[in-house]
Design a protein around this ligand. Structure first.
Ligand code: LLP
Length: 416
């Protein structure tokens, strides 16, 4: 496969996505604008795939990170499965071409309608998070005359060391079933007539920047697999969730091959299929949000750069105080000074950077907010009645509008 120069590179002071200048796309398609590199999407997927080639595995792309149909289709065509959390994501996964036998359904609050839809579609498995959910799934499966394939999500009590909103594997949060109740949960599952016990699952958090928690997690899961096997409950699938971090600022997250090195010896000789549910790792560094500078102003000791994107387009800084690098589409020499990059929404939390050192950009200049491919557009809203941004997928010299910019009319669609 030919790789174009990957994602970002600066040539003659212009920022490119593969072979296309960001400034050109911003001019033709307007801003704010999400731009994705297909080569980078595939590179991320292939890196993961190669790392685990020696063990049976499926990489189930966590659609929640970026559910654009063309992004998702890029992964389905490369051989990925999907991790979904709603009927809406199942609908998208089907449109994007993911085979049902590679789809897993996560989430603490699946409704009966969603269960029915997923059973009808023939998905690989439900990651069940509570005993009441298990009973409900059994009822729905019975009403359809089916058996529901299940993994129980265990709360492994492993500290992932990421932001408190996105860490999920410790005892005090709402996810999964406590380790000490797991054997009992599987005994119940086995006794239910319309449940097929298939695997075990956990997901310990997001933006994890060390390999250690993943190894700790796998050890917990394999110990449970062995305990269950002694009771005659033979699991075939071990799903370790997602959560591999990326470099937003100075983090040095583990590579898939680093994780694979510790995993593979533990999995050899076992009749288990390994599942992953990565989201951010596959799409995060493959997308930018291009935005145009509107105004600049001084206020007290502060200097503000006001841009046309806002927290409704990319919520991560406002929600998690997340760091995103910002690079001008066309760089020029100059003195760097500390600026706050903010959006037009009427909230002080509407910012992209605080006290960031950069050459002061002028009105009309385009900036690229980097690493915006994951949880960027997917978490965008119309807050302040701002139509959502367009999305572009670049492949070499070619680029396509893979989601049109919303219009004012779209804002009131369905309203009376
Ligand atoms: N599997 C399950 C069950 C999950 O809950 C998640 C993410 C994933 C997989 C994918 O995790 P990833 O590989 O992307 O870390 N909006 C936040 C991230 C929330 C993650 C929620 N769950 C952010 O922008 O940082």
């Amino acid at each position: 496969m030919v790789y174009y120069p990957i994602m970002f590179h600066v040539r003659n002071r212009s920022l490119y996505v593969e072979r296309v200048p960001v400034g050109k796309l911003a001019g033709l398609c307007g801003t704010p604008l999400y731009i994705y590199s297909q080569a980078q999407l595939l590179r991320n997927f292939n890196e993961f795939e190669r790392a685990f080639k020696d063990v049976p595995h499926v990489i189930c792309y966590a659609l929640k990170a970026n559910s654009n149909l063309s992004v998702a289709r890029t992964f389905s065509q490369a051989g990925a499965g999907a991790d979904i959390v709603s009927a809406g994501e199942l609908y998208r996964a089907a449109l994007a071409g993911f085979p049902p036998e590679k789809i897993v359904f996560s989430g603490v609050g699946k409704t009966a309608d969603e269960m029915r839809y997923a059973l009808d579609s023939g998905i690989l498995m439900f990651n069940v998070e509570s005993m009441e959910e298990l009973a409900a799934l059994n009822r729905v499966a019975r009403s359809l005359g089916r058996k529901a394939p299940v993994a129980i999500r265990v709360n492994p009590d492993v500290e992932a060391g990421s932001h408190r909103h996105i860490s999920t594997g410790t005892a005090e949060n709402k996810f999964g079933i406590q380790k000490r109740s797991i054997l009992e949960a599987y005994r119940t599952a086995r006794s239910l007539g319309h449940i097929e016990v298939l695997g075990i699952q956990a997901h310990i958090g997001s933006q994890i920047t060390s390999a250690r928690p993943f190894l700790a997690l796998l050890l917990v899961l394999l110990r449970l697999v062995d305990e269950l096997s002694r009771e005659g409950i033979r699991l075939r699938v071990v799903d370790v969730g997602g959560g591999i971090g990326i470099t937003y600022h100075r983090e040095s997250p583990p590579s898939p091959s680093e994780i694979a090195r510790s995993f593979i010896p533990l999995l050899r000789g076992r009749n288990l299929k390994l599942l992953f549910e990565p989201g951010r790792f596959l799409v995060g560094n493959a997308g930018i949000l291009a935005t145009r500078v509107l105004y600049r102003k001084h206020s007290g000791r502060k200097r503000f750069v006001i841009v046309d994107a806002a927290m409704n387009d990319l919520a991560r800084p406002a929600l998690y105080d997340a760091y995103h690098r910002i690079t001008p589409a066309r760089s020029r020499p100059g003195r760097r000074e500390a600026v706050d990059v903010v959006g037009p929404v009427c909230e002080s939390g509407d910012y992209f950077a605080r006290g960031r050192k950069m050459v002061l950009p002028g009105p009309g200049e385009v900036l690229a907010i980097e690493n915006a491919g994951a949880y960027g557009f997917a978490m965008s809203s119309q807050y302040n009645s701002r139509p959502r941004a367009a999305e572009i997928l670049v492949n070499g010299r070619r680029w396509d509008v893979v989601r049109e910019r919303e219009t004012l009319k779209d804002l009131v669609h369905g309203e009376k």
